[in-house]
Design a protein around this ligand. Sequence first.
Ligand code: GDP
Ligand code: MG
Length: 175
Amino acid sequence: NEQNFQDPVRVKVVVIGDMCVGKTAIAHRFTKNAFEEKLPHTVGASYYIRSMEIEGRTILFQIWDTAGQERFRSLVPMYLRDADIALLVYDITSKETFHSLELWRTELLTSAPCHVTTAVVGNKSDLGAKRQTESTTGRAYAVKHRMLYTETSAKLGTNVEELFYDLGLRMANPE
Ligand code: GDP
Ligand code: MG
């Protein structure tokens, strides 16, 4: 089977969103299948890598986890410039981080290639009791701007694997 000899599909993923929404925790969960309460703050950006077998193809996710702080924001366009996938992460327990998505989406429109595949990710779904943004609100925002939507818990691992699988499927089978 010819497919077995194909090179891996290299996919560049850039993770953006406000500080403390769990960008690093998501990257960490996906690549190391672990969660640590006190990961160091991201300085500039961190690089994570993991491959996944999807429908007989190897998808190599090359993940750039950016820092959400104002002082590092000027670096974000550089990472977005050749991104295949952007993850727009917010924290479901912080309305402010949901409102910031519009700012991050502007960064995408300015700096990412127009074919970038984008997913809105509402993280910390394990903290449902403290929720400030309803799933329907998050989903409606994503749909309005033709982006995918999911809610994850990097802490418990909920939907993290599924998110990357879904994105990888799209990369393996471009429309
Ligand atoms: P970043 O600044 O966006 O990279 O956020 P971090 O990954 O550093 O996480 C910020 C804080 O949120 C840390 O205290 C994490 O332990 C916590 N955190 C991240 N993801 C989750 C999650 O899914 N559930 C809960 N309960 N806490 C999380
Ligand atoms: Mg971080």
